[in-house]
Design a protein around this ligand. Structure first.
Ligand code: 2NL
Length: 356
């Protein structure tokens, strides 16, 4: 039996080996049967037969294990031989993409304000006319609401007319509404400090206007936020963004329906050479102001308890200024040569510690 079994093991493949193990050592296997038979023997006979049968069992178990190890090693060696990788083969010619300059500017703004503790908020492109206009103190017959300037959708949003948002301000409106609602159960929640980058839409198309463009707005609301905070914050931002430590910044009284007082913010430049930071001329960069008491009230915030500032800027314009891009329309043409020239490396993201 030993001779026949060892010959069968030596000739078996992996599946055959398992069948042999069951047939020999399994519950009703041949060797198991011999072991069971020991029980019915006289003590003398059991002693000599027992030694014999147990040694047979060990020999068979060892032979099974040895054959299995040999078969598995051979299978692995065959796979390693078949699976070789040709490391001398050249890599596929993958192309490296680039970050669009509009995205880059919004990332830079996020890095600067992020370092100052601002959170980023986003919202939908389609809004109802109350969130886009009414809440912002823009009256019913204001020219900004006219079809000439605003894209109205052939639809309603809730039961209000739906529009493509004309600025990112509705995101701040939603943020204030949520904040006021949350404050009812959490009176000590942190004040609002957000920036809102995103797409905006106006029915306007010429050399300096695109029907789709980008803005970033900011909003800070707290118990004791002042015009001084507004000025310090925007001066620091502009100097970081244009990377000019003593960049001249000028605040000029203006008007927006949603802020009071309102100020436009100019930076120093040279009209003649286009150089930013010197030259004695002024260039308008952003709009700002203290959030109008009616806007706070529209959002459920008591203007006797809270106040704050807001600002907004057009991304296309400051991107053109910073990088000397002459024509707005090139941003949207998807011309690969232009994108490769003006794009930014995805492996060098906007980070404040290196200077923007
Ligand atoms: C500009 C001017 C500005 C704001 C935007 C704002 C938003 C809320 C309340 C009050 Cl929810 N104000 N936003 C304020 C002042 C100016 O943008 O020239 N943008 C391109």
């Amino acid at each position: 039996m030993r001779r026949e079994t060892l010959a069968a093991i030596a000739a078996a493949d992996l599946d055959g080996l398992e069948s042999l193990r069951v047939a020999l050592l399994g519950k009703s296997g041949a060797v198991t049967g011999l072991l069971k038979a020991l029980g019915g023997m006289a003590p003398e006979e059991r002693k000599s037969r027992g030694a014999e049968v147990n040694s047979l069992k060990t020999i068979i178990a060892d032979a099974l294990a040895e054959r299995r190890a040999a078969l598995e090693a051979a299978a692995l060696a065959a796979r390693l031989k078949a699976d070789t990788i040709d490391i001398s083969q050249p890599v596929r010619p993958e192309q490296q993409g680039a970050i669009h300059p509009i995205s880059r500017t919004m990332e830079e703004i996020a890095a600067i304000f992020g370092a100052a503790g601002f959170a980023i908020k986003e919202g939908p492109d389609i809004e109802d006319d109350w969130t886009n206009f009414g809440a912002l103190n823009i009256p019913a017959h204001h020219p900004a609401r006219a079809m000439m300037d605003t894209f109205y959708l052939n639809a309603t949003h809730g039961n209000r007319p739906a529009v493509l948002r004309t600025h990112t301000s509705p995101v701040q409106i939603r943020t204030m509404l949520d904040w006021a609602r949350r404050r009812e159960s959490e009176p000590d929640i942190a004040p609002i400090r957000i920036i809102v980058p995103g797409r905006t839409f106006r029915a306007d198309h010429d050399a300096t206007h695109s029907p789709m463009f980008h803005q970033t707005e900011g909003l800070v609301i707290g118990r004791d936020i002042t015009l001084g905070h507004l000025k310090g914050c925007l001066i620091d931002f502009l100097r970081a963004f244009f990377d000019i430590p003593n960049l001249p910044v000028r605040f000029r009284a203006s008007y927006f329906p949603f802020t009071e007082p309102s100020m436009e913010v100019d930076i120093g430049w040279s009209k003649k050479t286009g150089e930013i930071g010197k030259g004695g001329d002024w260039l308008e960069i952003l709009g700002s102001g203290m959030v109008h008491a009616s806007v706070l009230a529209n959002c459920g915030i008591d203007p006797r308890e809270f106040q704050g500032f807001a600002f907004g800027m057009g991304i296309e314009r400051i991107t053109m200024l910073k990088h000397g891009i002459a024509d707005l329309r090139l941003f949207y043409e998807s011309d690969m040569r232009w994108l490769r020239h003006y794009g930014f490396s995805p492996f060098a993201p906007a980070m404040l510690h290196e200077g923007i």
